[in-house]
Design a binder for this molecule. Structure first.
Ligand code: CDP
Ligand code: CDP
Length: 221
């Protein structure tokens, strides 16, 4: 079987990264979490005290930054300039600021260029918001995962509880809706379903059911 490029897009907590990792494992493909690149950029800018609307300063910073991934048993470790930041980039302050940085045109063009280079080898599952539309518009398989806002807030609530964080469900719902809005309404490559993407509603599907469904689509390609 040819090594395909699989693009998985969709809104926050639709299950993209969980499912993408498992699909990659099943086919012995590489997994690339593009959200981690936007999150790492945001974290470094915050640590340096850069105004997150200041595009030129963030671009300067990014031109001197190395974001790298290392596969691990639990998925993937993320490094900024050689220092591990896997957990830090998931903190709530980063989550709630990342859409501001991801809306900056020049930031996107730097990261999209890097993502295109990573995807070039094939045999890859890449997840994000604009993979099927911008990063790999000719991907052999394009999936668009969705789930209701309530279900997605519940998922984030459970993830948070495991980490000892107890943000109220209603607040998580509002945060998700706001991030969905910002990601879908930005000028550059907003979150949209590619015309040729297959939409899967995961609201009442288990992780395994979603992985099986995507695997079927890959095998039938
Ligand atoms: O896992 P979660 O859905 O919370 O988000 P993520 O995939 O880690 O992405 C974090 C943020 O990065 C998104 O809300 C987008 O603002 C941005 N992003 C993007 O603009 N384009 C991508 N290809 C991936 C992420
Ligand atoms: O990457 P994205 O933000 O789209 O979602 P995620 O971080 O992969 O998934 C958020 C949470 O939903 C994780 O705890 C998953 O275990 C859970 N989940 C899922 O991913 N898929 C389902 N069908 C059901 C639950």
């Amino acid at each position: 079987m040819n090594k395909l490029r699989v693009a998985i897009d969709g809104p926050a907590s639709a299950g993209k990264s969980t499912v993408a990792k498992l699909v990659a494992k099943r086919f012995s493909y590489i997994y690339c979490d593009t959200g981690a690149m936007y999150r790492s950029t945001t974290l470094k800018a915050m640590r340096l005290g850069i105004d997150l609307h200041n595009e030129s300063e963030i671009v300067n910073m990014l031109n001197n930054t190395k974001i790298t991934f290392k596969p691990s048993t639990n998925g993937q470790l993320v490094f900024i300039d050689g220092n591990e930041v896997t957990n830090e980039i998931r903190q709530e302050n980063v989550t709630n600021s990342v859409s501001t940085v991801a809306a900056l045109t020049k930031v996107r063009s730097i990261l999209v260029k890097q993502q295109k280079a990573i995807a070039n080898c094939g045999g890859i599952v890449m997840d994000g918001r604009d993979i099927g539309t911008t990063v790999i518009p000719d991907a052999e398989v394009k999936i668009f995962l969705i789930a209701s806002v309530s279900e997605r807030a519940e998922r984030r609530f459970k993830d948070n509880a495991e980490k000892g964080i107890h943000t109220p469900l209603e607040e998580l719902k509002r945060e998700i809706e706001l991030r969905d809005y910002k990601d879908s309404h930005r000028e550059v490559s907003p979150l949209t379903k590619a015309k040729d993407a297959i939409e899967l509603d995961t609201t009442s599907l288990s992780i395994n059911e979603v992985v099986d469904e995507i695997s079927k689509i890959i095998k039938n390609n």
